[in-house]
Design a protein around this ligand. Structure first.
Ligand code: CIZ
Ligand code: SF4
Length: 310
């Protein structure tokens, strides 16, 4: 009789991916929102900036980036000369797609003196057209670094911008973009979860709507949520972000309980990457994510200004 592992298609797929990875000297990076099995086979799991920094540090090449396109682009910006692959070419971010370079130029013409702060969830071309980048982990710090007399256009996430405005007391010119996945988490979901788990801490991502954020004990990026769960003496949490993060939260904190604020917060783009597509990607050298050099150089400056502050 065949052993259980040799008949398990996921196990053999994983074995093939690892063999191909070794053959190519590839590194596998997976975002905190990826499928559990994708996270489990990755060399590094993290947020978009942390993963791109890993990509820049490693000697491995190619980089198989399991996330959405702007994340793979950020890796390509930080690692010129390396091959960056994404398992599914359709894994995009609807929020990043809520703005174009042309629209941003129009907004800049309206406020010619303003500093443009752009969230990492944006295309390389939009980053190139911006003054400074931010992530959800450092957005408050980045905005605080800008002189108080300067006007700020904050793009593309209105919810994150609104949260940063409330934390810094700054008036920001907000782009009307948002994350459709995080906006599926409703204040009512938080209220119901709090009633069901009265001792739990509510931890939410700043991409959530302001009424959800108002009910939270802690607001943080994915790396911040993981840190909070690790360091908290509390053993029960209601998590208001994309549900892919629950896998890592449970894996790293076996004695603690995590409840999703809403099961609907499941990003279909993040979930396009599968083990099968990872293997095909390594076999075919597809899909390659590239950034034109003139755009890359300008987008890199925007990212470097952020890194100098945060
Ligand atoms: O920067 C990232 O990885 C995103 C999109 C979210 C987060 O909070 O880490
Ligand atoms: Fe974009 Fe939201 Fe999906 Fe992240 S979770 S990739 S912000 S749509």
């Amino acid at each position: 009789m065949a052993s259980k592992s040799s008949t398990n298609p996921e196990t053999s797929l994983a074995a093939k991916i690892l063999a191909r990875k070794r053959e190519l000297n590839a590194v596998i990076l997976a975002h905190n929102y990826q499928r559990a099995e994708v996270q489990d086979i990755a060399d590094f799991v993290g947020d978009s900036l942390g993963l791109s920094q890993q990509a820049a540090k490693t000697k491995a090449d190619p980089i198989l980036f399991c996330g959405v396109d702007f994340m793979a682009e950020t890796a390509a910006i930080l690692c010129p000369g390396k091959t960056v692959l994404i398992p599914d070419e359709n894994a995009g971010c609807p929020m990043a797609n809520m703005m174009t370079v042309r629209e941003l130029r129009e907004k800049k013409a309206e406020y010619p003196d303003a500093v443009v702060v752009t969230y990492v969830n944006s295309s390389a071309a939009v980053k190139a057209e911006s003054d400074i980048c931010c992530t959800s982990a450092n957005a408050v710090k980045v905005v605080e670094s800008i002189p108080r007399d300067k006007r700020i256009i904050f793009t593309p996430d209105q919810s994150l911008g609104d949260y940063v405005a409330s934390r810094t007391g700054r008036k920001l010119i907000l782009w009307p973009g948002y994350c459709p996945t995080h906006h599926r988490i409703l204040a009512d979901d938080i209220a119901k979860a709090k009633a069901a788990y009265p001792g739990a801490k509510v931890v939410v991502h700043p991409e959530c709507t302001s009424d959800v954020i108002a009910l939270a004990d802690h607001v943080a990026s994915t790396s911040g949520i993981l840190k909070y769960a690790r360091e908290s003496t509390v053993a029960e949490f209601i998590i208001g972000t994309e549900i892919g993060i629950l896998h890592r939260l449970k894996k790293e904190n076996p004695g603690k309980n995590f409840h999703p604020a809403s099961r609907l917060a499941d990003c279909p783009n993040m979930k396009l990457n599968t083990l099968e597509k990872m293997l095909w990607s390594l076999e075919d050298g597809a899909y390659r994510v590239t950034v034109p050099e003139d755009v890359r150089v300008r987008a890199l400056k925007t990212i470097e200004r952020m890194l100098a502050i945060a």
